[in-house]
Design a protein around this ligand. Structure first.
Ligand code: NDP
Length: 453
């Protein structure tokens, strides 16, 4: 039977076809856009003005993409050349805001996916921040501090022209932590002659905010806590699998522990550690030292605590009630999602950006498990960056309790936006639809209000 498609459905299908032709070889960008636009169809049905104003066509074209060479010398004086980007996607509701990623897989398509998602994530936080993302195919693994410093300085020699506290405010992401932000900020200051809130995730002694390092992991767990509460559940006594072992994973484990849950896995690109006894505070301190100071591999945890190391494996085969993917994109594929559902997992909250493929997300939605997409669940990181910007502008520092309280309130408010929007559109419990429409409407209205620019 040939079922006639509604006008918005036809429009979205044609829009996606054109996007693929116009942006070839950017599969992650296609995926991120598709995930959003498919769930916007009901919004277009009610608000055809967004189609008439060509909001989608306008919002998928970044305001600008800056791409440049980063030459640097290693400790043996050998010359290397990396490629770096800054994608300034949309400043409809505030200055461009989004992290920098240093990883060998970085390319324009990946940064466009991250920058595009960032627009709507930032909108959901309720704070005035536009969307952007940047990074380089530089791999900090195995590099000395001096090499990382020289690379950061060389990158900033170009990037400083395009950023500023009211223009574009980068932060960390994969491969960019406190050390890298220090070097980048130092060179920005040297070149521009200004000390301003141009980065977030800064050191506490020079403009950083308390709770910013914890914010993405804590926020993801706060979001999951809200999701669980809709089914009268909590973290108490729950078994939790976590992927990754970097910034987001570490603080997700810390918060789950505080709420009475038990985390049994962590991973990195070599494999997964499985500790059925749970990663308690002492073991987590070991992970933080291992990953943040010694820059070691997660397999060393298995050696130290005599538990299994699953070489080359991700954690999703291990039964759990809550899963927190906190490593990277597309780390949960269809089979993983099916296994999680089969093992009676009731909640998946994404600390990472787009860790589940579209097909995997559909498995979660079909089985009605609590599924919190990254754009909502991990928005606590950028929200606290927004709080860091506020403190910089006010030239004040809030206490740990105050920032944590604000973060918690923001995560509750994002959760409420998702729930209310999903209810309004007759899809209760669909956080994908709730987050996408909830984030989109504010940006779309701002674009219309500001004229054809
Ligand atoms: P880190 O660099 O601190 O940690 C990343 C972790 O993920 C490491 O354990 C790393 O292992 C693992 N990983 C990275 N790439 C891969 C890969 N291709 N395959 C398997 N494992 C991989 O980064 P963050 O914790 O900051 O970021 C993790 C995720 O959270 C990313 O998706 C990021 O975009 C997202 N995010 C981060 C925010 C933040 O505030 N930091 C805010 C919002 C989202 P290895 O060491 O082997 O590479």
């Amino acid at each position: 039977m040939n079922v006639a498609l509604s006008k918005p459905t036809q429009y979205v299908e044609k829009f996606m076809k054109d996007l693929l032709v116009k942006n070839p070889a950017e599969p992650e960008f296609h995926q991120a856009v598709k995930e959003i636009v498919d769930s916007l169809i009901p919004c277009f049905e009610r608000n055809p003005k967004y189609i008439d104003a060509m909001i989608l066509e306008r919002v998928v074209e970044p305001d600008r993409v800056i791409m440049f060479r980063v030459p640097w010398q290693d400790d043996q004086n050998k010359i290397h050349v990396n490629r770096a980007f800054r994608v300034e996607f949309s400043n409809a509701i505030g200055p461009y805001k989004g992290g920098l990623r240093f990883h060998p897989t970085v390319n324009l398509g990946i940064l466009k996916f991250l920058g595009f998602e960032q627009i709507f994530k930032n909108s959901l936080t309720t704070l005035p921040m536009g969307g952007g993302k940047g990074g380089s195919d530089f791999d900090p693994k195995g590099k000395s501090d001096s090499e990382v410093m020289r690379f950061c300085q060389s990158l900033m020699n170009e990037l400083y022209k395009y950023i500023g506290a009211n223009i574009d405010v980068p932060a960390g992401d994969i491969g960019v932590g406190a050390r890298e932000i220090g070097y980048l900020f130092g060179q920005y200051k040297k070149l521009s002659g200004t000390f301003e809130g141009v980065f977030t995730g800064k050191g506490l002694g020079w403009g950083g905010s308390l709770i910013r390092p914890e914010a993405t992991g804590y926020g993801t767990v706060y979001f999951a806590q809200e999701m669980l509460a809709t089914r009268s559940e909590s973290f108490k006594g729950k078994t939790v699998t976590v992927s990754g072992s970097g910034n987001v994973a570490q603080y997700a484990v810390e918060k789950v522990n505080q709420l009475g849950g038990k985390c049994i896995t962590l991973s990195d690109s070599d494999g997964t550690i499985y500790d059925p006894k749970g990663i308690d505070a002492e073991k987590l301190a070991f992970v933080m030292e291992l990953k943040n100071v010694k820059r070691g591999r997660i397999r060393e945890y298995a050696q130290k605590y005599k538990c299994d190391f699953l070489e080359g494996k991700r954690p999703w085969n291990i039964p759990c009630q809550v899963a927190l993917p906190c490593a990277t994109q597309n780390e949960i594929v269809t089979e993983d999602a099916q296994t999680l559902v089969k093992n009676d997992c009731i909640c998946v909250a994404e600390g990472a950006n787009m860790p589940a493929t579209i097909e995997a997300v559909n498995v979660f939605l079909k089985n009605k498990i609590l599924y919190g997409p990254g754009k909502a669940a991990n928005a606590g990181g950028v929200a606290t960056s927004g709080l860091e910007m506020s403190q910089n502008s006010l030239r004040l520092s809030w206490t740990r309790e105050e920032v944590d309280h604000r973060l918690h309130d923001i995560m509750k408010s994002i959760h409420k936006t998702c729930i209310d929007t999903a209810n309004e559109y007759g899809e209760p419990g669909n956080y994908v639809l709730g987050a996408n429409i909830g984030g989109f409407v504010k940006v779309a209205n701002a674009i219309i209000d500001q004229g054809l620019v």
